[in-house]
Design a protein around this ligand. Sequence first.
Ligand SMILES: NC(=O)c1ccc[n+]([C@@H]2O[C@H](COP(=O)([O-])OP(=O)(O)OC[C@H]3O[C@@H](n4cnc5c(N)ncnc54)[C@H](OP(=O)(O)O)[C@@H]3O)[C@@H](O)[C@H]2O)c1
Length: 291
Amino acid sequence: MKIIVIGSTGQLGTDLMKTLKLEHQAVGLTHENIEVTDYSSCLILKKHKPDVIINTAAFHRTDQCEEEPMKSFSVNALGAKNVTTIAKEIEATSTFISTDYVFDGSKNKPYTEDDIPNPINTYGISKLAGELYTKQNPKNYIIRLASLFGVAGASGKGGNFVETMIVKAKKKETITVVDDMWMSPTYTKDAATTIKKIVELKLPFGTYHATNQGYCTWFQFAKETFRLLHIKPDLSPIKTRQLQMKAKRPRFSALRSKKLPKYDIQMSEWKEALKEYLIEKGHNPTNQLCE
Ligand SMILES: NC(=O)c1ccc[n+]([C@@H]2O[C@H](COP(=O)([O-])OP(=O)(O)OC[C@H]3O[C@@H](n4cnc5c(N)ncnc54)[C@H](OP(=O)(O)O)[C@@H]3O)[C@@H](O)[C@H]2O)c1
């Protein structure tokens, strides 16, 4: 298959390119090659005549999205509209990467593909709009991910949570992390493998949740990172209300897939994925190099 990855040098895009290249003709488009908010720039998609377009481009700094709703909608919603309009015209499959933040967090159990989105911040609202635009192409996949960590680091966020924790620990900073916000940490390498399977096995079009299994609070995620690295920084839990954040966040946004296990697609448990990530990133958890 010929598959275009928009945002190919991003955190997820990097892993998608690595895995897709093994068996497919993968074409990576960076932000320099395409501006999704500009329809005429998106016409480059036509030239490549792809079978599948995977759109990872996003404005996903959650607090900044509150301050810049126009930019948020421009990239996350209008961008999805532009890409999908062209995909539909050339009969390519639109694959839109979405988020756990389309849910309000009140369920207190992992959200499945059957649950109804009800976003509570601008980022989530704009991504849900992106999902709806993507559905205008009957050949669509909406793939919801959450709390990503990958070797490339998020270009839109300047790294990822795990790296931020490690840097703080190395600087011997006092670290406080929220212990009342639950999510499913997800390794982009695993997410990329799952996205590849969905596309190449031609699973029925529609929405899929593709996160590592299980869930935890951000504090527990940090604690497990340090446990694996055998380091004991000055880490303590705090409550979300102690932080002055611009955007409201769902208190519980863990995801679970009801659909993927039916196709024998199962992602590993988040702790296992975290360990693999630390090894891939060269932090070498087993050899205690970070002590
Ligand atoms: N990161 C998370 O924790 C998380 C959680 C759930 C869902 N997601 C979703 O997962 C996807 C990938 O996230 P990620 O962490 O891989 O993000 P990322 O590292 O920021 O990658 C996004 C890529 O899209 C490009 N891009 C941004 N705006 C663009 C535009 N207007 N036109 C064309 N390209 C543009 C970026 O290029 P530049 O950097 O050069 O601008 C970057 O290469 C996003 O759709 C996000 O909403 C992320």
